[in-house]
Design a protein around this ligand. Structure first.
Ligand code: PMP
Length: 295
């Protein structure tokens, strides 16, 4: 799909305009210096899912990238509601993005102003298969010591984009990325979890995007009294596990059947329970993670 030909409306610079008319110049600062921040929010049955948490992360990402931005969560929610209505989205995706104008072609940003846009489109799941296979990327995920990795920023996707471009598509669907100390980090656009002896393991957040879906799964486990261990884990830990799955807004809970040549079972009562609980939460279509504990 060519997104520059997206039908319907987009919120751009304080107003709703036709998507095809939302244009920026090639000498845009964020295009050259990779400093935009954005979000991906799922829409289920016309309602954005966990929108408050996504907009909170968007505002935090803008602060980390020193972008001046002052729209409130409430205002962002209102814009997304209008956009869904205008574009008649039933099950889809919302993409808000904050970036800099074209008033500088160097890292100096004093003369730049902030541009905000929000788009939406009908969309299904990221992977169209019940389970997927993973290669291991040679590109490391940087940590929060080198880079504001907790921001969902365009700059933090470079290793993911190169990894995906290098992937052998005949053999693998995606790849697992390690951090600078060769601990398991995440996939190109999802968080990773694995199961061993009915316990769930997932990397700590220093070298990953702390996914909203990741946090929801941890919350579900807490509610269901399933033990979750967050830590620094070498590759042999995940390779020796019973089951592996990814989480993300567009992937939801995605089963993994293979990493390199190591196969994993995708049949498990614990995975079924988590998927069932996640589907229930989707049906409730919550505004924020706090509601999961109450639901
Ligand atoms: N890690 C990366 C690198 C991602 O791009 C995403 C997708 N936003 C995730 C993790 C999962 O985050 P979320 O559950 O908030 O979509």
């Amino acid at each position: 799909m060519d997104f520059s030909k997206l039908k319907g409306h987009i919120y751009f610079q304080d107003k709703f305009i036709k998507s095809v008319d939302a244009k920026i110049h090639v000498l845009n600062h964020s295009l050259h210096f990779a400093t935009s921040v954005f979000e991906g929010i799922a829409v289920y049955n016309k309602i954005p899912f966990l929108s408050e948490d996504h907009f909170k992360r968007l505002i935090n990402s803008s602060k980390l990238l020193k972008l001046k931005f002052n729209l409130s969560i409430r205002r962002l929610e209102k814009i997304s509601e209008i956009l869904i209505r205008k574009n008649k989205i039933i099950n889809g995706y919302i993409r808000p993005i904050i970036f800099r104008s074209s008033n500088s072609m160097s890292p100096e940003t004093r003369d730049c102003y902030t541009i905000f846009a929000m788009a939406s489109w009908e969309w299904g799941k990221l992977f169209k298969k019940r389970s997927i296979s993973l290669d291991i990327s040679k590109w490391p995920k940087l940590s929060n010591k080198e880079f504001p990795i907790e921001a969902k920023s365009s700059g933090s996707y470079q290793a993911s984009v190169i990894s995906k471009a290098e992937l052998n598509r005949k053999k693998y669907d995606d790849c697992l990325m390690l951090d600078l100390k060769k601990n398991v980090a995440e996939s190109t656009a999802c968080n990773v979890f694995w199961v061993k002896n009915k316990k769930i393991f997932t990397p700590k957040t220093h070298s990953i995007l702390n996914g909203i879906t990741r946090q929801a799964v941890i919350e579900i486990c807490r509610k269901k009294k399933i033990k979750v261990v967050e830590g620094d884990f070498k590759l042999d830990t995940i390779m020796g596990s019973d089951h592996v799955f990814l989480t993300g807004t567009a992937a939801e809970l995605q089963l993994v059947n293979k990493i390199k040549s190591k196969k994993f079972s995708i049949e498990s009562s614990i995975l079924n329970e988590l998927i069932f609980e996640f589907q229930n939460i989707k049906k409730l279509n919550l505004k924020n993670l706090k509601s999961i504990s109450k639901s």
